[in-house]
Write a protein that binds this ligand. Structure first.
Ligand code: FAD
Length: 363
């Protein structure tokens, strides 16, 4: 799969979604998923925009499963908004049976677990910046539930490589898998993985080839014994501005790269990459280049500032506008809200399905 950075290609990708085949095949590694998450995470498109384009061709009934998946994203954003940095620790329950902190099995990092479907998915993650949802769940389950590593550092490793790396979806999904944000752990086994990919159907005899109920209690497989701290070097691009004129200032960030944001008027547009954020939550060079390309290819007249917002605006007297995101909560200026799928449903819900129950009547 590839991830073009021009807006017309991205809109074309939305128009090609078929929610009927999506609902039927999405659990398969080769299924008809949308590959939209890198664009949604970067805010070049929005959830309501995707829903509305899909509903131009399909009925609400046909699109319901797809909309429900979109709602998972909104749910996680809303949990992050309510809970803030608490999502970077075990949120609801302590992760059970942790033996290792700050490390991840080396065989996962090296894509050498011996489970073909996992190893190929990890190699694909390094090459493309994308991993299928189920492969993410399996890799996470092996690391947290079988190798007994605490989820935080392994989640940072995955986040580092994902073009769609999103602190809320990533941290909360890892916690969902390991039982820190759900009342039980998610455990995959070989047979289940095989049914999700006809290409890999035949693998047997791996350390995951046993009934689900035995997996949580088994001895640590030798291949998972060696754990290491992943190397996640910080990559920052070069900025091209540090000076402002006195026109209104429209600020973009890596979570709002919408080319339709403030298109009217004589304004100056600046994408800010804040080093303090990326030092705390590093992303790969591939991910950073993707962010920069999305901005440069689509936002007319955009300049890029690599530094803190407070520094850029310290002598600026004009008006400042930016779109709210939890990651830029500390910014100054007029914050504007991104469109939501379900603006009627606000607040913290302990689990997705209690949130979804409230949302359903507003589809
Ligand atoms: C361990 C783990 C880590 C994850 N980390 C991230 C992450 O960093 N960023 C991220 O965007 N998603 C993350 N997800 C959720 C999910 O895997 C991806 O959103 C999905 O695979 C993206 O592919 P797609 O666009 O083809 O999805 P599709 O299946 O086509 O779904 C359409 C859209 O719905 C949303 N969506 C679908 N499923 C989920 C889900 N389970 N949770 C949240 N949103 C969902 C996404 O925005 C996605 O683009 C993670 C899941 C797991 C299990």
């Amino acid at each position: 799969m590839n991830f073009p950075t021009t807006y017309s290609h991205i809109i074309e990708r939305i128009k090609n979604i078929n929610p009927k085949t999506y609902a039927r095949t999405r659990n398969h590694l080769e299924g008809d998923v949308s590959f939209l998450s890198p664009y949604l995470t970067r805010g070049i498109i929005t959830l309501p925009q995707v829903r509305d384009i899909v509903l131009e061709k399909f009925s609400k009934k046909e699109a319901e499963k797809f909309i429900q998946e979109l709602a998972w994203r909104e749910y996680f954003q809303k949990v992050y908004r309510e809970k803030g940095d608490e999502i970077f620790n075990d949120l609801r329950f302590e992760q059970p049976a942790v033996n290792v902190r700050g490390e991840i099995p080396e065989s996962i990092i090296q894509a050498e677990t011996g489970i073909t479907i996992i190893d190929e998915s990890i190699k694909q993650l390094y090459e493309s910046g994308y991993m299928h949802n189920h492969a993410r769940m399996w890799a996470s389950s092996i690391s947290s539930n079988i190798a007994h590593c605490h989820w935080w550092i392994p989640s940072k490793w995955m986040y580092y490589h994902l073009l769609d790396g999103d602190l809320a979806s990533n941290s909360l999904s890892w916690q969902w898998v390991c039982g820190a944000f759900a009342s039980k752990q998610y455990v995959a086994h070989q047979e289940l993985m095989n049914t999700c990919s006809p290409i890999h159907q035949s693998q047997t005899g791996t350390f995951m080839d046993m009934p689900r109920e035995n997996l949580l209690d088994m001895d640590l497989p030798e291949i998972l014994e060696k754990t290491i701290e992943p190397e996640l070097p910080v990559f920052l691009p070069k900025g091209d501005t540090g000076t402002l004129n006195n026109k209104d200032l429209i600020l973009f960030h890596p979570w709002n790269l919408d080319p339709n944001y403030h298109t009217d008027g004589d304004v100056q547009k600046v994408l800010i990459i804040e080093p303090s954020h990326f030092k705390k939550f590093p992303v790969s060079e591939k991910v950073m280049n993707f962010i920069v390309d999305l901005a440069r290819d689509n936002i007319e007249g955009i300049q890029m500032y690599v530094g803190e917002q407070s520094e850029l605006i310290k002598n600026f007297d004009g008006k400042i506008y930016y779109q709210y995101h939890k990651n830029v909560e500390h910014w100054q200026g007029a914050k504007e809200l991104q469109d939501e799928l379900f603006p009627e449903v606000q607040g913290y819900y302990k689990n997705f399905f209690s949130f979804w129950k409230k949302c359903q009547k507003f589809i």
